[in-house]
Design a protein around this ligand. Structure first.
Ligand SMILES: Cc1cc2nc3c(=O)[nH]c(=O)nc-3n(C[C@H](O)[C@H](O)[C@H](O)COP(=O)(O)OP(=O)(O)OC[C@H]3O[C@@H](n4cnc5c(N)ncnc54)[C@H](O)[C@@H]3O)c2cc1C
Length: 563
């Protein structure tokens, strides 16, 4: 069913087992698991999928070494296991990431962990080698027998400076351990949705549909493209609205204070020397007051972040001048000989972590764990329970979804039939094991579809083994590379429009592709893309102009990109 069919079907059959409000990674994770277990489930997202907190991540799939210090051992163990599973289940989009901590002191922070554990310390401070060593030993231990990534390694000052020549010579040594990089999180999320829908015809996810209210047994949805409204009658509602969870509960007449969101921003810079200086390593370190900073290799760019600032209204989050100054200053501290400035910034973004409401005075100490808050019975005037999904990380979405699904299945009186622990995701299915296997797959696909090996290599990098379906489609009609973006062809884009729920131009430039985030866009590209999308989606001239204007304004207002 396409979007219109799903919506018109809702008019005729408003009864559903589960309604999920919010299409960030937590809503999508629960959607997939419920779908795989045969539940009829509808997910609605007020904007595009993964346009909230899930679009603002640091792109790390990580156990969260620093949570050890907060005593969150359960979370770290779970996150390390989930990191390993994501590396195995989505190898096309999640890659092992050597992560290097430059260390400036030997003994600092020795008392932090025990003091924090007993709630006697609020103010973070920089950690020294010894504390980091202890943390990394524990971190490696959590990986256990699942040795998906190598163990950590310490390098002396001399070895470190020989390896990273631009590194600040004031370091005492470096520690390198492994986590994962999730290169295109938004693409991974869309692939999860497509997997779920292809398994279960009664599972549907639609973007640009908001939940606007509800009472007794009914929830009201609004199609943001047409303003039409729809009544649905669910047996269970999952509020997966991330930082908007309390606002969403309010629309249902429920007064909650589950969320205490903190804003985090990032910048993406084009700086060849810095990119070369970090190699394929993420640099992960603390500034003098203990806040975390990361310098991350993102394709040929460098991603730098992040902040952690309490906010009340998630709609107002944006990357401020102060945050940018802070990122530039800290990068200079690690690589003092490189001149990085505002002119190098090609993209910026900001999002709000849906953390649990907390009395902690230091935001870094608020738990990153996840929980399900249940509202039912006397608490509500509704005939169905509402589960609010509080917290959670990209890394742990599968485990969180499993817990939510188990609870939902119990409520519906059903049994789990499938689990997702070792289930490949989207283009990770049958992904080549090594470069020889990749070469073989490309050669055979090229012979079969007539698409060149060079193009197929790009398609594999972007889509994993979905490259096969895309190349077959490309071969089914006249195809040509776009004039202004020769990395993309017309039929590749038509395939995405037909299969990946793209409704606005910005869905493609910001979330189905990396064109926006990597700062590759020009005005000419936006115009050409609007032509291709316009032809595929039947846009008239005014709609095309409106889409271009919308994309340019989002780029300027939210991402500091003026074309
Ligand atoms: C700065 C930053 C860095 C991070 N870095 C990492 C990292 O490196 N690794 C990691 O594992 N995690 C990271 N995280 C955490 C992770 O990104 C988030 O915890 C996760 O994305 C939360 O997902 P969510 O689905 O709960 O919320 P969201 O992604 O915000 O999804 C909620 C969705 O609900 C929708 N919605 C709201 N109201 C309604 C309504 N009425 N009707 C319909 N839809 C509605 C919103 O539009 C939104 O898309 C980071 C988070 C931030 C902010």
């Amino acid at each position: 069913m396409n979007r219109n069919e799903v919506l018109s079907n809702l008019k005729k059959n408003p009864g559903i087992s589960v309604l999920i409000i919010g299409g960030g990674i937590n809503g999508i994770g629960a959607f997939r698991d419920l779908a795989l277990n045969g539940v009829d489930v509808l997910l609605v997202e007020k904007g595009d999928f993964c346009s909230g907190a899930s679009s603002a991540s640091s792109h790390m799939v990580h156990g969260g070494i620093r949570y050890l210090e907060n005593g969150e051992f359960r979370l770290v163990r779970e996150a390390v296991q989930e990191r390993n599973r994501l590396l195995q289940n989505a190898p096309h989009l999640v890659k092992p990431l050597p992560t290097t901590i430059p260390i400036f002191r030997r003994f600092s922070g020795l008392l932090n962990a025990p003091l924090k554990f007993f709630r006697l310390l609020n103010k973070p401070s920089e950690r020294g080698s010894l504390v980091i060593k202890l943390g990394l030993i524990m971190y490696d231990a959590y990986t256990g027998r699942q040795r998906v990534v190598p163990k950590h390694r310490f390098l002396s000052r001399k070895e470190s400076l020989a390896k990273w020549k631009q590194l600040n010579p004031n370091i005492v040594n470096t520690a390198t351990y492994y986590d994962g990089a999730i290169l295109q999180p938004e693409r991974l999320a869309v692939e999860l949705i497509l997997d779920a829908e292809s398994e279960n015809p009664n599972a549907r996810a639609i973007n640009y549909v908001s939940m606007i209210g509800g009472s007794e047994d009914t929830i009201i949805l609004r199609d943001e493209l047409t303003d039409d409204t729809y009544d649905v009658r669910p047996k269970l509602v999952i509020n997966a609205a991330g930082p908007w969870i309390d606002f969403t509960n309010q629309k249902l007449g429920l007064s909650t204070r589950f969320i205490g969101g903190t804003k985090g921003s990032h910048i993406v810079v084009r700086h060849e020397e810095l990119r070369k200086a970090i190699g394929e390593n993420e640099f992960f370190f603390e500034n003098e007051d203990g806040r975390i900073v990361l310098i991350f290799p993102l394709y040929d760019r460098v991603l730098i972040g992040t902040s952690d600032i309490s906010v009340e209204n998630p709609n107002e989050a944006h990357c401020t001048d102060d945050e940018i100054d802070y990122f530039l200053r800290l990068t200079r501290r690690i690589f003092p000989s490189l001149s990085l400035n505002r002119e190098n910034i090609v993209f910026q973004f900001s999002g709000v972590r849906p953390l649990p409401h907390s009395a902690a005075t230091v935001t870094a100490q608020i738990s990153r764990d996840h929980s399900i808050e249940v509202l039912s019975g006397d608490w509500t005037h509704l005939t169905f329970p509402v589960y609010s999904l509080v917290g959670g990380k990209w890394t742990t979405f599968r485990a969180f979804a499993e817990q939510v699904t188990d609870k939902a299945l119990a409520h519906l009186g059903r049994k789990r039939k499938k689990d997702t622990r070792s289930l490949p995701i989207g283009g990770g299915r049958g992904f080549p094991r090594d470069s020889a296997d990749l070469k073989r797959q490309i050669e055979s696909l090229s012979a079969w579809t007539g698409v060149t090996r060079e193009r197929l290599k790009v398609l594999f990098e972007r889509y994993g083994t979905r490259a096969e379906a895309i190349a077959t489609f490309m071969n089914g009609g006249t195809d040509f590379l776009l004039r202004s973006i020769p990395g993309y062809s017309r039929r590749e884009i038509i395939f995405l429009v037909q299969h990946e729920k793209i409704l606005h131009l910005d869905d493609f430039v910001l979330r189905r592709s990396m064109l926006g985030m990597l700062g590759r866009l020009t005005r000419e590209m936006v115009d050409e893309l609007a032509d291709v999308f316009g032809n595929a989606l039947g846009w008239k001239a005014e709609q095309k102009a409106a889409e271009v204007a919308r994309t340019l304004s989002i780029l300027a207002d939210k991402h500091g990109v003026r074309l």
